[in-house]
Write a protein of this length. Sequence first.
Length: 347
Amino acid sequence: MGDKVTAIQSFRAATDTEITDILIIVFVILFLIVIFLFILNFRKALKAKFLKKLFMKTIKEKGLPEKAGEILWKYSTKLGRDPFLTLEVKASFEKVIDLYVEENPNYDEELIQDIRKKLGFDFVPSFIPLSSTKDIDIFQSGRLTFQNKTFNTSLYDKDEKYMYWLLIDVSNPPDIKGKTVKIQFLRRDDAIYIMEGQVVDVIREGNKTILKIPHHSELKRIQRRQHARIEVDMPVSVGKISEKGTEVKWLEGNAKDISAGGMRICIPASHRIKFNLSIGTEIWLNFTLDGKDFQLKGVVVNISERKTTICYGIKFVNIKDKEESHIINFVKKKQQKMRNLAKQRIG
C-alpha cells in the first residue's frame, strides 16, 4: 500500500514538473512573439516617421505649405496609397483630395487649387484622356439634353464639389432642378465625351441660367480619330489637281497639326477664292517632317474659316506603310517630349 502511495506521489510530482516546464516554454514563446511584434511595429513607426520627414521635405521643395503636406499624407495613408505617388499621378491625387473634401465640409478651396497648380495638375494635355469632370476646361462648350430637348451650354465655373454649366441663349429654361441631364462635348484633338448628372440647383444671375451639377468620374469617351494627332507649325506646299488630273496649281500653306491619317493646313483668307478648294478636292502635299521629305496625295474633308485664315482638314490618300510609320513615330516622339515637359513642370 505504501509503495502505491509513493508511486502516485512520484507521478504527480513528475507531472507537475512537466506542466510547469510546458508553461515556462509557452510563456517564453509568447514573450518572444511580443518582443518581435514590438520591434516590427517600432521599425514600421521609424520607417513611417522617416518617410513622412522625406515627404514633407519634398513638399517644401515643390513650394507647398506644411498644411498641404499634412493633408496629402493623412488622406493618402487613409486610402492606402503611396503619398509620394499622390505628388506624381493626377488620378491618385484627385482620389486623395476627394476624400479630404468629403470628410471636411469646411475644406480649404484656395489651398487645393494652389496645390493642384504647383503640382501641374491644373491642366490636362489634349493627348491625355479626361478621367473626371474636374478635368474639363472652363468655357468648354457642349450640348445639354433634357427630355428630348437640346440646349447649348458652356462650363461657366467649377470648384472641388460642383461644376456650373451655363445655358446659352435660353430665355425660358425648363424646370430642371432635381432632374438628370446629359451633356455632350467635343474636346479638341481628343474625343467626344458624354456625361450625365443631376441638377442640384439652378442659379439665376441676371439673364444667366446656371446649372449646379456634382463632379463625378463617369465620363463616356468616344474616339473620333483612328490616329493620334499632334500640333505642329511647319510650311507645306499645297498643289491643287486640275479636273483632268494633268495640271497642278501650287500654293504655300502652313500645317497646324498632323497624324498618320491626315493634317490641318491653313492659308491666308485672301487666297481662298484664288485657290478655290472645296470638300472633296484632291490635292498634293509636299513637306519635310523630321528630316524626311514627303509628297502625299490628299483630299479635303472639312473647311473652317476665320477672319484672316482659312483652314482645311486633309485626309491622306493611299499613304504607304513606310510613310505612315514615319509620321506615327514622329507623333509618338512629340507626345513623349510633351510628357517629359509635364514631368519637369511637376518638379
